[in-house]
Each structure stands twice: as structure tokens, then as C-alpha cells.
Design a binder for this molecule. Sequence first.
Ligand code: F6R
Length: 608
Amino acid sequence: MCGIVGAVAQRNVVPILLQGLQRLEYRGYDSAGLVVVHDKQLQRARSTGRVADLTLKSADISGHLGIAHTRWATHGVPSERNAHPHMSNASIAVVHNGIIENYEELRTRLTAQGYVFTSDTDTEVIAHLVHSHYKNGATLLAATQASLAELVGAYAIGVVAADNPAQLICSRKGSPLLLGVGKHENFIASDMSALLAVTKNVVYLEEGDVAEIGLDAYKVFDARGKPVTRPVQISELTNDSVELGEYKHYMLKEIFEQPQALANTLEAVCNSQSLIPGIFGAEASAAFAKIDSILILACGTSHNSGLVARNWLEEIAGIPCNVEIASEYRYRTSVSNPNTLIVTISQSGETADTLAALNHAKAVGHAHTLAICNVPESAIIRQSSLRFLTRAGPEIGVASTKAFTTQLAGLFLLTLVLAKLRGKLSQQQEQQHLHDLRHLPSAVQAVLKLEPAIKKLAENFANKHHALFLGRGLHYPIALEGALKLKEISYIHAEAYPAGELKHGPLALVDKDMPVIAVAPNDTLLEKLKSNLQEVRARGGELFVFADANTKIQSSEGVHVMQMPEHAGFLSPILHTIPLQLLAYYVALQKGTDVDKPRNLAKSVTVE
Ligand code: F6R
């Protein structure tokens, strides 16, 4: 989703802004732009192409203060006139992430005051609002604060004024923004990857904070305007972790990073002899003792990991668990139980729907909240009482891969900790699970060896327009995840069904042009699944089966079997995810789509 970079320095900031935008490209965008202050004038360049086009367009621009933006269209089509920064009277320039909900009302009022709008965006009202206060003598800080007080909605903003050559104002509420602190230069960005080339010192702004940033100093004010100190932290992000290296796409790199990502996520547990609630935060013991049920809230891939976890939590820990799409839960009148643990799952920790669902849950009386998230200091982490950090490292490809499998690892740990506290786990079972978890990274490594065979298999999909994914029990959510991966990056229409549902409707779709992909672990539902596969074959459907060893499912005419290792018990969903990720990747390559930046999608969905 939209990305912001800003800089005030003694050197020309244009290269810094452009490099920062390049690093934010993974978030998804459809236009880009920047503004610098030069000789008391605002110089702007905008483009509907990639950041590389903006680089060409800004070749003649330079300045020591600037703001830049990648836009993912919400209000108004992707076009140059809607691209940020937006300006007011050649005096004020603004970049903005988020949505201003009362922009129409503000636009009407500002138009009546004589302001002329040149875009269809909600952002332009911010530029005119700031101008309306600034022209009356307010400082840029005061003008921005007064404007923010009039806005309803979510935002991260950067503001500069033509006659203020060394001052940048920024603020965040509901959208991510951080400060990068350098020597005689300071920066702002949506995420730290944009600033790695210039600093590792980072200040995370809190909700409602406004910051005034100069060359040598910066001041932060809270939502009520009180000066506050926010700690400077050293970012652990490295350049290597956000660079492609030997890989053609981030998605492939991230698929192959899964053994290490899982090892990192499980490190604390695998090095100890037993499971302790403390891995979810200091107050976890006390909170877990009070809860009698779980409600998982998430979107997309993260929602799919919640669906797997429900099976684990109910079967192993014996605790009732519901899983809801965050954007539905937040608007539904539900019956709340204060003893329910709310678990939000999010790679980015900034997904607006998940964040809003968390806040809704708190508002209706849920005190126990746990975030399972990949980004430390993200809003979801900070607003939850308990937390578990997946340590997948930065995930750049829009299609989530290593974040999903590490979420599953975190959710399995949650299951085991709750099972132990509830007396459902013998010491022997605990040791067995710990043993299996220690083995997990190498088990994933073994599955990755299927890559050449899956690449070949993907050729069968080059001319397909639809696909059905089947799974049962613990693996139905894996079928959902496989279908989601395939549709988002290859644009093949893909649906997933619990295999037992086939005959209740979707079987009507099956013919020789409908590939059916089945997840076939060697578990208690195997024989039932085999019968479902017969139903497909009998209707001429072509089967692609990912089968564990010893399932006795053999390749034959119209049946392609991909042999997986031994059945991995409760951890099997993690292993069965890997071939479906690779399949989606190689089908997308066949189709020639933009794998890392699929059309219409954004990485971090910070608007509703
Ligand atoms: C799909 C995908 C999305 C995200 C969803 C939630 O590959 O990445 O479905 O899972 O937008 O994002 P997070 O996990 O950041 O809350």
C-alpha cells in the first residue's frame, strides 16, 4: 500500500528519496511522486509508471528537503494528477497514507473559501487545510496540528513548506510512520527498509504523534500536543534481508528462506527443555489462566493460518476456538465473552481491518489480546497485551509465504502452552512435540527439494483458467491457502473446498479442463479423501495430488502424484504448504505475470 519517504539533509535528498521509494515498491503502488524545496520553491515530479520512471522525471530536480510517495489508489484513478505530493498554492506540499473519511465535507468548505482542487484525492484537502492555517501566520507545526484536529480517518503524513527550507513536519494515526535519525540529517519513512542506506537509528511514532524535524534535531509531540520523548532504537534490519541476491523474485527467495525463518521463530523454544507461557509475554501466565475460549481475527493468508490453528487448539488443548475474518467481525454485533482470548494474526501488524477488529474486540470488553505478528513495533503488536513475534524477516513479495508458515509455528506453540496449562499434555507428549518442532526446519528443507518436479508440473497449468483445491480437516485451510496463492499471482480463478463438500455442488464444475489439486496427508481422513478423488476422476477431472509417503496413491492416467516425505503428524500442514507455494510461483512464471507485485494488490493493506 502507499509508501512515504522524507528527508532533510545538507546533501541533495533526491537520490535518498528515490532509493527509499524503490525499497517501498514491494508494498504495491500505481503512481509515484516527490517534491523538494529549492530556492523557496516547491519542485515536483510525478509519474504513473514505476519509480524508475520517476527517477528519469526528477533528473533536473535537487534540494535539501523533500518528501516522496508511492500511491495505491483509493480515491480517484491512478493518474499523474492524483499522484502525491499534493500542493496548495505552490506553498505547501503533503504526502499521505490512509483515508480521510470527512474529506467531502472539508472539500466543500475549502472550495467555498476559494481553494481550487486539482485532483480527486482525499489527500488534497490536507494540503489546503494546512495552507489555510499557515497563511494566517501559524508555524508549520501549528498549522499541521490545527489541520489534523479537523481530520476524521487514518493517516500518516509528511508536510513541507516552500519558505521553510529545513523543516519537515510529520504525523501518524492509524498508518505506520517512523523517524530515521542521522548525523546532521533526519528522515521519515513508512518502514525502515526505505532508510537502510542512510541510517539504522529509528524512532517509532505512537498513535497521534506529530514530529517537527530539522537538520540537527527533532521534537515529538503526542496527540494532545505535549512534548514527549520516544526512544531511539537500532534497527536489526540488514540490507541483505531486503535484497534479492541470487533469486529472480522475492517470492522464491522467501519460499526458500522458510527453513531459516522457522528455525529463528522457534529458537527460544527449541533451545529449552520445556514450554513456558512467557514466550507470549510477561503477563501470559496470568491471562492464560483466566481464559476459556479463543477468537482468532485476521485477513487473507493470516486468516488461513488461524483456520489451521482452530483444529490444533480444539484437538490438542481442548479449548473452544472461533476464527473470523477481521473485516466482518468489526461490523458484526457479536456476543462477547470477557474470558475469550483475542488472537490477531498479521504479517505486517498494520492491516487496517485487523487493527480495527482488535480495537472493536477491546471496546466490547475483551481484555486479553495476543498478537502473532512479524513486525516488531507495529501497531498490532503495540496495541495487544500479549505478543509473539514470528521471526520470518522482512517479507517483500506481496504473496505471503514465510510469514504464513512461521505464523503456524507460533500458533502451534500457543496450542502446546495452553494444552500444558490445561493439563492436556503429558511430559512425554511435550517432549515429542518439542522434538518434532526441532526437526521442522530440516523437514521443510527436504520438501523444498521437490522444486524441479513442481516446476515441471506447473507446465500443465499454462492454459488453464480455473482450478479446484481440495483438502480435509487440518489440511482444508492449506487447500484454501494454495488456491489464494494461485489466484493472486497467476490470475487463474481458484477455489478451495473441503473434499467432502465436492458432491454438494462444486462437482458440477469438474471436467477435463478443470485441474483438481488435492492435499493428501497420510492421516485419519485419507480413505475418505481417496473416495472424493475417485469422484473427480470418474468425471474426467485431472488430478494433481500431493501425497505423503505410504498413502498408496499412485500416478496413473489423469492422476499426477507428487510424493511428499513421511506424514508429519500435527505439523503436516506446514510441510504441505510448501509445494503449493512453489506450484503457484511456477504457474505464475508460465503465465508471465508480475510475481512479486500482482496487479491490484498491495503488501501492507493500511486502508479499510
Ligand atoms: C496473501 C496475502 C494477504 C495478507 C492479508 C493480511 O498472500 O498476503 O492475504 O495475508 O492482506 O495481511 P497481514 O498478514 O499483513 O495482516
